[in-house]
Ligand binder design. Structure first.
Ligand code: ATP
Length: 363
């Protein structure tokens, strides 16, 4: 097992106007499950491929443990990788696919069989061991592919969108198995996904990337509760955080009829006539119809999104400007429909404040 260190690691492709990965500094602890998260094209796979030795590092370095692996070929890095496309051998049984690397390494047959058996039991695929990949469902094939990495005893596991070809239910099941396996083995894992819910569910910590630049590293909870900037605030969380760009006065901001008092330090740090306030859908407080005393924001419901467990209302706030859209989480069951009006309050101390100039979080 080992830690992983990216030290100003950079990768440039001539056709791009900017580095695909720009001076990445990231420390992954021994045994940690680290997720690289970001939208398509942000450079996640390139980071993983640099760590695997499948992509050159143009400047900076990469360490596994204390060993500088920047210029080592993949086979000398002691890593095992699970790809999005499973690339199983069609003519071999699941067991032979899983044990393939052990055979190449000339491991004694009985020991190899034990390892395959163990991987299959962790991944719950013992019943499929005798079957060929073509006779297995996507999720089963995925688990065989994961097993192939698992039987090895690498210092680091690398996983690039390993669940992207699975349907929603299998994705949940398989990701739970991967997490269980990783916790059990305690092997440092770097996992790439663009799915923020998946990232939150599996990662000990997340590293959020945008345009090749690291935006924030932290536990899922840190990142959800203290996003470093408007990009992270908007990207992590579903539905996304509401972001309001508002004029700033000496003591706060105003959203429709709602005054949002802000700390003096925040107003000073904003350094502009505007501020961006972030409010998550669950951070609104619903005011009763009778309560006309408490200052509130009037909303008109456009659509109701009922996910079963939770209901979100997509609304507009006419008093805050015609096009101000607000997504709020309705406590309880859907009791309102399209066109309904309601009033909400916002607890000022829970609002996320960002600079209107840089998008960075303000104190
Ligand atoms: P996705 O989630 O879509 O796989 P990603 O975040 O993993 O995206 P990368 O695959 O790392 O992104 O690509 C980062 C950027 O580098 C993209 O703009 C991509 O087009 C570019 N890129 C990647 N590989 C090459 C290459 N071999 N040649 C030129 N450009 C490349």
């Amino acid at each position: 097992m080992a830690s992983v260190t990216f030290d100003r690691a950079t990768r440039c492709f001539p056709a791009m106007g900017r580095p695909a990965v720009d001076s990445l500094d990231l420390e992954i602890e021994d045994g940690e499950f680290m997720v690289l998260l970001g939208p398509s094209g942000c450079g996640k796979s390139t980071c993983l491929r640099m760590l695997a030795g499948l992509e050159d590092v143009d400047s900076g370095s990469i360490l596994i443990g204390v060993r500088d692996v920047t210029h080592l070929p993949p086979r000398d890095r002691d890593i095992a990788m699970v790809f999005q496309d499973y690339a199983l051998f069609p003519h071999l049984s699941a067991a032979d696919n899983i044990g393939f690397a052990l055979k190449i390494a000339r491991m004694a047959k009985s020991r190899a069989r034990q390892r395959v058996q163990y991987a299959a039991s962790v991944l719950d695929i013992e019943q499929y061991l005798g079957r060929r990949p073509g006779t297995l469902a996507g999720g089963e094939q995925q688990r065989v592919a994961t097993g192939r990495a698992l039987v090895r005893d690498p210092r680091v596991y690398l996983m690039d969108e390993p669940l992207s070809n699975l349907d929603a239910r299998l994705r949940m099941e398989t990701r739970a198995q991967i997490v269980r396996m990783q916790h059990h083995l305690g092997i440092t894992t770097v996992y790439v996904t663009h799915d923020q819910l998946e990232a939150m569910a599996v990662g000990d910590r997340l590293a959020v990337l945008k345009d090749g630049v690291l935006q924030q590293v932290g536990t899922p909870r840190d990142i959800y509760t203290h996003p470093a900037n408007t990009f992270v605030g908007g990207f992590v969380g579903s539905p996304a955080m509401n972001l309001f760009r508002l004029p700033l006065s000496d003591d706060g901001a105003r959203l429709g009829a709602l005054d949002i008092p802000l700390a003096r330090d925040t107003v000073r740090a904003a350094g502009a006539g505007e501020i961006v306030l972030g409010v998550r859908p669950e951070q609104f407080e619903f005011l009763s119809r009778e309560d006309r005393e408490t200052p509130g924001l009037d909303l008109v419901v456009d659509t109701v999104e009922d996910t079963g467990a939770v209901v979100y209302l997509h609304t507009t706030a006419p008093s805050a400007g015609e096009r101000t859209e607000v997504v709020v989480r309705l406590p309880g069951r859907p009791t309102v429909g399209k066109g309904a009006s309601l009033r909400v309050a916002i607890r000022a101390e829970e609002v996320h404040c960002f600079s209107a100039l840089t998008g960075q979080r303000l104190p």
